[in-house]
Design a protein around this ligand. Structure first.
Ligand code: MG
Length: 256
């Protein structure tokens, strides 16, 4: 009897330990994707049917994620758009999207400091499904000679898909994401019908090849789908102490 009680206590403790999840539980560190030196950037002005989300002159297409009645408050200077770390945080588009092609350019400052996840961290949430970091994050990070868990480096679908290669340009140079996003669909009872899918070309190099997401991207724990409809695109103001990074030339083409 006594042994049975002890065994029950041990099993209960085991369950408790298993449930106490940590961020490290979902980090993958090896193998590292091969480093690829990208070709030259070709200027990619928006095609005629694109919705221009940022053209260097204004942030009228954006609101704060904290309060969608408030205009975005990042900093525009000389045609480039810099994360406002002292401001209201993440920003997102006024408009909601379902399936689309997206073009985004980003650059970490040449004088960037910090390491790992605390070095030029931002993110493109391909669908923002709530406050803070709720959604599906395509990671933005200085991954040029900057080691971190590989499912959290630039070009990763955060903690779900490791990029196939690492074509990150050095700090001070522009990087380009071209993304094809297929939103998840849900049955009327809220269960998942078809998962989200994404293809990402990073500086002209394929890094995510039509991968099926496991759910929204999470810092801690395992992803799980929650039903949602058309969603804004969100940019992350990450809380690390490194110098803020910048964006330019953002456009989207809606797909059927
Ligand atoms: Mg991020």
């Amino acid at each position: 009897m006594r042994n049975k009680i002890i065994l029950t206590a041990i099993l209960a403790a085991g369950v408790f330990i298993a449930k106490a999840q940590k961020p490290e539980d979902t980090e993958v560190w090896t193998p590292e994707p091969p480093v690829v030196t990208p070709g030259a950037i070709c200027p990619a002005p928006p095609p005629s049917d694109a919705i221009v989300l940022f053209d260097g002159t204004n942030q009228d297409q954006w609101v704060t994620n904290k309060d969608r009645t408030q205009p975005a408050d990042w900093i525009i200077k000389d045609g480039i758009w810099t994360v406002n770390k002292a401001g209201s945080g993440n920003i997102e588009t006024k408009k909601s999207f379902t399936n689309y092609q997206l073009h985004v350019e980003w650059k970490v400052p040449a004088s960037i400091t910090g390491s790992g996840q605390a070095r030029g961290n931002s993110g493109v949430f391909l669908a923002s499904i709530g406050k803070g970091d709720a959604g599906y994050e395509l990671q933005v990070l200085d991954s040029y000679k900057n080691k971190t868990y590989v499912n959290g480096m630039a070009g990763s679908i955060y903690k779900q898909f490791i990029p196939l290669a690492n074509p990150t340009r050095p700090p001070g140079e522009w990087n380009v994401y071209d993304v094809v996003w297929t939103a998840p669909t849900f049955n009327t009872d809220g269960t998942l019908k078809t998962p989200a899918r994404v293809t990402v070309i990073f500086n002209g190099v394929l890094v995510e090849n039509n991968v099926e997401l496991k759910g929204p991207t999470l810092y801690i724990g395992q992803p799980k789908y929650v039903a949602h409809g058309p969603s804004p695109i969100k940019l992350q103001a990450h809380g690390d102490k490194s110098e803020p990074l910048s964006y330019r030339n953002i456009w989207v083409r809606e797909l059927p």
